[in-house]
Design a protein around this ligand. Structure first.
Ligand code: SF4
Length: 331
């Protein structure tokens, strides 16, 4: 039987998707692509990646950007700390490394927002360092290959995943192996229905061997995601300007504007209140059930910023509110 690593790498070299960030092994580009790809589908992040790299092609250019422009560019991608950390990281690298991307796993790990997985992914892809990049996707693949009977996030399961990945990367071409494992998890050994018939390594897969792939990875029962209810107001003053607020009680999405909610406004100052509709916004850790209202006011009261529709277009606005506002304009 051909070695697992050899088979996997050959499959990757012959079948991998033609993605723009794979055309380079330059540190900054790989860093941006890895951060954007976290929690985000490749098809979704690709246009963002292209726009980002054409606007800020170097660490130095990103470091010089305004935070509001960085957040605006990221609008719609979610997990906004990723954008802030890229920006802070670029500033740090200009201050401490003369704008150069660091050249080892240990140094890459010091960049804000980069954890062990991302540091290992970048170090192995850019510098062929033999450090294994292990995330949920890789853990899932290894759990099926090795039939790991422990709950996948448990220490004992992760020891097995780590040991196997270390063994495999030692005998690999790291930049090919790391991307091949990612690609296998993304295209073939997917969470719900692995395409075992087209899997390049199925002869090495213990779960495939006894047709138990559906059993792995073993997971804890999911905790129920809490629901929060809001009444949200799109308030226009007599000049047609709209109230937005930058502060939020929940600490989510700092730096992004949003429309005010009931607890932030004095309803007595509103007139012509009209309920528009209710919408559900599902995040990974909570659900917002938002009822949207339209209202008018004669007083442009504090603490809000009052902006024209054009200004609103240019501001970073939380995605849920942006989507709703666009819909009301179209309707
Ligand atoms: S054979 Fe199936 S379960 Fe096993 S690694 Fe391949 S896709 Fe995943």
């Amino acid at each position: 039987m051909e070695k697992f690593v050899t088979q996997l790498q050959r499959w990757y070299l012959e079948n991998s998707r033609d993605l723009p960030f794979r055309k380079t092994r330059e540190g900054y580009s790989v860093w941006v692509s890895e951060i954007m790809a976290q929690q985000t589908r490749i098809e979704t992040m690709l246009p963002y990646y292209e726009r980002w790299m054409s606007r800020w092609p170097t660490i130095r250019s990103l470091a010089e950007a305004q935070e509001s422009d960085v957040l605006k560019m990221w609008e719609g991608l979610g997990y906004y700390n990723r954008a802030r950390n890229l920006h802070h990281g670029a500033k740090m690298l200009v201050g401490e490394e003369n704008g150069e991307f660091p050249t080892s796993y240990a140094k890459i790990l010091k960049i804000p927002g980069i954890g062990p997985y991302t540091a290992a992914a970048i170090a192995s892809i850019v510098y062929d360092e033999k450090v294994a990049a292990i995330d949920g996707n890789v853990s899932r693949v290894v759990s099926r290959l090795m039939k790991i009977e422990a709950e996948i996030s448990s220490a004992s399961a992760q020891v097995v995943v780590n040991d196997k990945m270390k063994e495999w990367i030692e005998g690999s071409i790291p930049h090919v192996f790391t991307q091949a494992m990612m690609e296998l998890g993304a295209l073939v050994c997917t969470p719900k229905s692995p395409d075992c018939d087209h899997c390049p390594v199925r002869e090495h897969c213990l779960a495939y061997g006894d047709q138990t792939t559906g059993r792995y990875p073993i997971k804890k029962a999911k905790a129920k995601v809490p629901t929060e209810k809001y009444d949200c107001f799109i308030i226009q003053d007599d000049d047609g300007r709209i109230a937005v607020v930058a502060d939020s009680d929940d600490g989510l999405m700092a730096g992004y504007y949003r429309f005010p909610v009931a607890t932030q406004i004095n309803r007595a100052a509103l007139k012509d209140i009209e309920r528009i509709e209710a919408q559900k916004h599902v995040f990974s850790h909570k659900i917002w059930e938002t009822t949207y209202y339209r209202a008018k006011t004669e007083i442009s009261f504090e603490p809000f910023s009052w902006v024209s529709e054009e200004e609103l277009e240019a501001l970073p606005l939380i995605t849920a509110h942006r989507k709703f506002f666009k819909k009301t304009r179209q309707g």
